[in-house]
Design a protein around this ligand. Structure first.
Ligand code: UDX
Length: 441
């Protein structure tokens, strides 16, 4: 199939490379010239394991090209819309300007029967509006949400848990003839994952749009649930990691996404739950999502709690204290610092008068661009030089494996805060460290 991918960020660049690796002829389009130049050279503009290999492979085979000119999308059978929908400044709503701009600029190049597949995370109702807008072109809109996780994006795109098609439906809720044709086209695009037995859910626009935000809301709720339990553990001397293990053995609950700590961040979960609440308000059902406000609050309280812990171990004040923060990315195996709990805590401590040095295996440049006033170091040992307290904020493998004795020679005081509950308290205490964590005695 001939495929165009509009928007080459975390989602689009991976989707373009993955579609080419499935054997399609792909053109990736982005307005950012630097991004396109990098992608053309087979360089990923952000850190994502296995993406560089996929780009080089597909680029060398001539199946993958990149362009800044939307006219180059002309002639593709399917156009995937993969642009961002960030949170509006000062509001909970999603900013749809990139979606509107990309669909608007694509429209003149569409042919009747072309499929436009929306992948961006949008407030429910957007697909219906875009379908109307595209009607005069004769192209068919399908909503095909994406569930990839950063760090596993290639794997998640090539071998997804499920595929969802939101098709145009008639008054009886059945797919229209155009919708059925569009389904056949998507089936051909995804022939390989479908052939591997990937479950396919075919539904209407509204359900398809809701699936994505419902999934992310559930994940956020699961994390905030265990972080609320961590607050209870802190008040009672219980251990949240053992609690999570014990409840996680119940197959109905499951242990995944029950890691208590600094909570969720990134370019999806925080803004998606907020945009969902805003949309529920517009639809007159804000009570239905009242709990998400609490999910957000629990999540933000963890960041405050860790600053309090730092103050506690530093005898009541962090003013003028040296703090080493291990991790800046919102999670390991990513260089993404959007709404990163690690970086937000680092910045907060710096604002409260501490001297904060941050390190991260991949995200230092992005972190520096966002918070230039912080200090940066390339390794954990370098960051920990003269530290009064060390905070593990993002659980990169190399921080999980840190040797307490090796770090001891660098610091001024052997105090460690385990913001992700990944260190062995007994080992650190045996090496003479004061060990504190979130939700653990
Ligand atoms: C998420 C969804 O998982 C994905 O399906 C969707 O398409 C986009 O949003 P991502 O943002 O890449 O993906 O990160 P994810 O792995 O879900 O982690 C989100 C945040 O939750 C991270 O900050 C992570 O550190 C945190 N987290 C995750 C926890 O605090 N505890 C956990 O147990 C799991």
């Amino acid at each position: 199939m001939r495929v165009s991918v509009i928007g080459c960020g975390y989602l689009g660049a991976v989707h373009a490379a993955a579609m080419a690796s499935l054997g399609h002829e792909v053109v990736g389009i982005d307005v950012d010239e630097r991004k396109v130049a990098a992608l053309r050279e087979g360089r990923a503009p952000f850190y994502e394991p296995s993406l560089p290999e996929l780009l080089t492979e597909a680029g060398a085979g001539g199946h993958l090209t990149f362009s800044t000119d939307i006219a180059d999308a002309h002639g593709a059978d399917v156009h995937f819309v993969c642009v961002g929908t960030p949170q509006m400044t000062g509001e909970f709503r999603a900013d749809l300007s990139y979606v509107d701009a990309s669909v608007g600029s694509l429209a003149p190049y569409l042919r009747p029967g072309d499929v436009v597949a929306g992948k961006s995370t949008v407030p429910v109702g957007t697909a219906e509006r875009l379908a109307e807008q595209l009607a005069p072109t004769g192209a068919v809109l399908v909503w095909n949400p994406e569930f990839l996780r950063e760090g596993f994006a290639v794997q998640d795109t090539l071998h997804p848990d499920r595929l969802v098609y939101g098709l145009p439906t008639d008054d009886d809720g059945e797919p229209t003839a155009e919708g059925r044709k569009a389904r056949d086209v998507l089936d051909e695009v995804y022939a390989t994952p479908l052939g591997e037995g990937t479950p396919l859910v075919v539904t209407d626009y509204a359900t398809a749009q809701l699936v994505k935000v419902a999934a992310n809301s559930f994940l956020a709720t699961k994390i905030s649930f265990i972080n609320a339990m961590a607050e209870l553990c802190e008040a009672t001397g219980a251990d949240v990691t053992r609690l999570a293990d014990a409840i996680g053995y119940d197959a109905r609950i499951g242990r995944r996404f029950l890691n208590a700590g600094l909570g969720f961040g990134g370019g999806c979960l925080p803004k998606d739950i907020r945009a969902f609440m805003a949309r529920a308000g517009e639809l007159g059902v804000s009570d239905a999502l009242g709990f998400l406000r609490e999910v957000d609050s629990v999540n933000m309280r963890r960041r405050v709690r860790v600053v309090d812990l730092a103050r506690e171990v530093c005898d009541g004040s962090i003013v003028g204290r040296r703090v080493a923060v291990l991790g800046a990315a919102f999670k390991p195996d990513s260089d993404d610092v959007r709404d990163s709990p690690a970086l937000s805590v680092a910045a907060q401590m710096q604002l409260q008068g501490a001297h904060v040095t941050v390190t991260d295996p991949q995200a230092i440049e992005n972190a520096r661009a966002k918070w230039p006033d912080l200090h940066f170091a390339t390794t954990a040992v370098e960051a920990a030089q003269g530290a009064d307290v060390v905070l593990l904020a993002t659980e990169w493998q190399e921080y999980r494996e840190l040797d307490p004795d090796a770090l001891a020679s660098a610091v001024a005081h052997k105090r460690i805060l385990d913001g992700r509950n990944v260190l062995d308290p007994a080992r650190w205490r045996a090496a003479g460290w004061t060990y504190r964590a979130l939700g653990r005695p």
